[in-house]
Design a protein around this ligand. Sequence first.
Ligand SMILES: Nc1ncnc2c1ncn2[C@@H]1O[C@H](COP(=O)(O)OP(=O)(O)OP(=O)(O)O)[C@@H](O)[C@H]1O
Ligand SMILES: [Mg+2]
Length: 258
Amino acid sequence: MSDNGQPIIELRDVWKRFGRLEVLRGLSLRLEPGHTTVVIGESGTGKSVLLKHLVGLLRPDGGEVYFHGRRIDTMSEIELVDVRRRFGFLFQGGALFDSLTVAENVAFPLVEHGRKPPAEIERIVEERLRMVGLDGLQARKPAQLSGGQKKRVALARAIALDPEVVLYDEPTTGLDPVRSDVINELILRLKQRLNVTGIVVTHDMTSAYKVADRIILLHEGRIVADGPPELFRTSTDPQVRRFVDGRADEKDLSALNE
Ligand SMILES: Nc1ncnc2c1ncn2[C@@H]1O[C@H](COP(=O)(O)OP(=O)(O)OP(=O)(O)O)[C@@H](O)[C@H]1O
Ligand SMILES: [Mg+2]
């Protein structure tokens, strides 16, 4: 694993329910620093819920969550501030602030978390926008951007604080193949140049194969397949093939026949 063999993130037997809905059912996972792990699985299977546990936005009903060997699921909100600033979170849907400009959106975590002077913030914002290929759009509002541009602004914001870990929740959803590939390249670059540990939730298998060191298939709150991309390309397991090839089975189609 890392130099000292410690995972950067670890989940031990994590359970989470909302009312009567059991979402995570005993999830255990160890993530290696500097690697990109892709999480795939059907809609509603708990992928976003899993990501939120990694930064204490949700707390498990059972089990434990560790970051660098420190237990975080029992931390106070104040203690979590330090943990969260080491993460970048690209939320599903982008979630830019509509009333703020591009520059203000990217600057937001810097203003919120740091005590950097305005000139320094401006420099970082410009640098991050350059990294995602959007320098020059500082003054625009989100409504004046395309879907792909919004995702890249959200990514620039997610990496504003030099995170060790970036959580990408469906970074390519809604983008054409070329724009998707720009995001894939950015994910790869952040890993290669900044040694970012990445966790990518996606339905896009092209993206998964391109960025993953490891792929995890979630089904009904459990990990049902876990391994390098090669495993998923060649697996004959019907559960894996059903998701990876996007083929509905009898049970999936039964709803249509009613
Ligand atoms: N805060 C919450 N309160 C109640 N139910 C929730 C909450 N967050 C998620 N859920 C439910 O938990 C289940 C898993 O949600 P989650 O958002 O993790 O799905 P997902 O795997 O990310 O799906 P998608 O691929 O559609 O984004 C869903 O049934 C969802 O409705
Ligand atoms: Mg989701």
